[in-house]
Unconditional design. Structure first.
Length: 359
């Protein structure tokens, strides 16, 4: 590979606060998943809107993809773009599938792997490893990916990347606005019909995920294309509070509308503010750390969530005991994500990138 191509493949400087906010969103998702196993009625979940973190991820992804690739897609080409995305995303898809398989087979607190044939278990693993939706596990609410539920959003992330490579990067801003308007009309219909924007993770609500990424990815891309970066002094702490408030938002009669407005306007606003805010040196390293940790945490935590669910259903811990278990679980999952990042994700991506350069 020649020097020009190596220059094209170099990673650009990150928006540090946005990296930090990605980490806050990932922590919100993990907390939400713990609590949804305790409160199956999500309206009673104190962080019942934690699932909206995925819409924030989608919007941030549109912004970052535009920033990282808009000016070099023509020179890079679609094949190299897909290689970049696979190297960035898929090692953790594979690890999450392996962890999910191990937890499925050896969960000490419950589960019934024996009711599945070896062939079906192999299909479950392969579908998870290659992001092929396979919603067959009834006791896991027919998740698209029964071994690692969060992979549903990675499936749609890949779909968005495919559309970006073949269509979106070639479209002018006016055409993107037209698509975003169309998506903006579809999204409230999905929210109204379902009563929420929670869908996308199961066979029965599969297309809800398409509606969610359709709008949010385009919104993030448009923020970059139009340079809608708002200079401000909110900093990482201020924006973290504003983001976290969406996860703590209560449920009420017009919940579907509130969620729609958050995704339509509030998350794009947070992206614009996050890209334009000042950051003090004392918060720079924590933001970088949270940003690096976010994806490993997101893709490795759910095996433990199923184990926690089985433990909770069989032992029914309450009060302080329950709080201690969840807090300990959060700490251990952050530690697992850190170890994954240091000893697996970073080395594997470096190895694959080096091999790519040698060709």
């Amino acid at each position: 590979m020649n020097t020009v191509n190596q220059e094209i493949l170099k990673t650009k400087q990150h928006f540090t606060v946005l990296d930090g906010l990605r980490g806050i969103a990932a922590l919100g998702v993990v907390t939400y998943h713990f609590m949804e196993m305790v409160h199956t009625d999500f309206t009673k979940n104190i962080i019942g809107h934690g699932f909206l973190a995925v819409d924030f991820f989608f919007c941030l992804s549109g912004f970052v993809i535009g920033y990282a690739y808009d000016d070099r897609m023509k020179k890079m080409g679609t094949i190299e773009f897909f290689k970049s995305r696979i190297i960035r995303l898929h090692p953790l898809v594979l690890l999450g599938s392996i962890l999910g398989l191990l937890a499925f087979l050896f969960d000490p607190f419950g589960g019934h792997p024996a009711i599945f044939s070896l062939g079906k278990i192999i299909l479950l693993f392969l579908s998870s490893a290659f992001l092929i939706p396979f919603p067959i596990i009834e006791e896991r609410a027919f998740n698209l990916f029964g071994l690692n539920a969060p992979s549903w959003s990675l499936f749609w992330e890949y779909v968005a990347n495919i559309f970006y490579a073949f269509i979106l990067f070639r479209l002018g801003k006016k055409y993107l606005i037209v698509l975003a308007v169309v998506a903006g009309f579809i999204l409230p219909m999905v929210a109204y019909n379902s009563g929420s924007l929670m869908g996308g993770w199961a066979g029965a609500n599969f297309w809800d995920g398409g509606a969610r990424i359709f709008y949010s990815f385009l919104a993030g891309l448009l923020i970059f294309r139009y340079k809608l970066i708002i200079k401000n002094n909110l900093g990482f702490i201020g924006l973290s509070v504003l983001l976290s408030l969406t996860f703590l938002m209560p449920f009420f009669k017009y919940n579907w509308l509130a969620e729609f407005l958050v995704v339509l306007l509030y998350f794009p606003l947070l992206i614009a503010l996050g890209a334009g805010t000042n950051i003090s040196e004392s918060f720079r390293k924590p933001c970088v750390f949270l940003g690096n940790l976010s994806y490993p945490l997101y893709m490795t935590h759910y095996a433990a969530i199923w184990m926690f669910s089985n433990y909770y259903n069989t032992h029914q811990p309450q009060g302080g005991e329950l709080a201690a278990i969840i807090i300990a679980g959060m700490v251990l999952l952050v530690l697992l994500a850190y170890l994954t990042m240091i000893f697996y994700d970073i080395p594997v991506r470096k190895y694959l990138s080096r091999k790519r350069m040698e060709r």
